[in-house]
Design a protein around this ligand. Structure first.
Ligand SMILES: Cc1cc2nc3c(=O)[nH]c(=O)nc-3n(C[C@H](O)[C@H](O)[C@H](O)COP(=O)(O)O)c2cc1C
Length: 165
């Protein structure tokens, strides 16, 4: 690994790595998103693994956010490809710097789409509820509030509050 002397001085015996985080806006049609993203993740995992880059990608509310970590020139090469990619736009770098160690060392590219996030959160929360913790009812309600905070489509609106029993 090509670690500069300055980084070694700054981070001691840890394995410093370059980390880049960006956010962008997906231009993939929602009905095609699942297949297109699966293809992106498949290609990315192979390429990232080949050059020792690790990271994580999320997609929520039509926005991507991705962390890439590894040797700086490797991360920058991949980022150059990502910037040329017409499947997203409005790319903004949120952070790029040396950090003491990798956070996603087990992942050539972890991917968390909204559905797996929601599913995992619900499964974990329901497991706590089924074990009968009274406080977890409040946590479940808060989670339902958060997941249902989107504007309500007309056919999902309840009856007028004054009509409810
Ligand atoms: C949101 C998003 C994230 C991506 N992440 C990666 C990635 O981590 N690694 C990667 O090799 N390609 C990634 N890609 C795909 C690249 O943009 C590109 O298509 C691929 O690396 C092939 O590169 P090339 O077109 O320069 O040959 C991503 C694409 C998008 C839209």
């Amino acid at each position: 690994m090509n670690i500069s002397d300055a980084a070694v001085r700054k981070f001691g015996r840890a394995m410093p790595t370059f980390r880049l985080i960006y956010a962008s806006r997906s231009v993939i049609a929602p009905e095609q998103a699942e297949g297109v993203i699966e293809a992106i993740v498949d290609v990315s995992r192979i390429r990232n693994r080949n050059v020792g880059v690790t990271g994580c990608l999320i997609l929520a509310g039509g926005r991507f956010a991705q962390v890439l970590e590894g040797e700086q020139h490797r991360v920058e090469d991949i980022m150059a490809s990502i910037c040329r990619d017409v499947r997203h736009t409005d790319i903004g770098i949120l952070e790029q710097k040396m950090v003491p160690q990798r956070r996603f060392s087990a992942w050539s590219l972890g991917y968390a789409g909204p559905s797996s996030f929601v599913k995992n959160a619900i499964v974990a929360q329901l497991a706590r509820n089924l074990r009968g913790s009274p406080r977890s009812i409040e946590a479940l309600l808060r989670m339902m509030d958060a997941f249902c905070a989107e504007p309500v489509p007309p056919d999902a609106s309840p009856a007028k509050a004054s009509d409810l029993p």
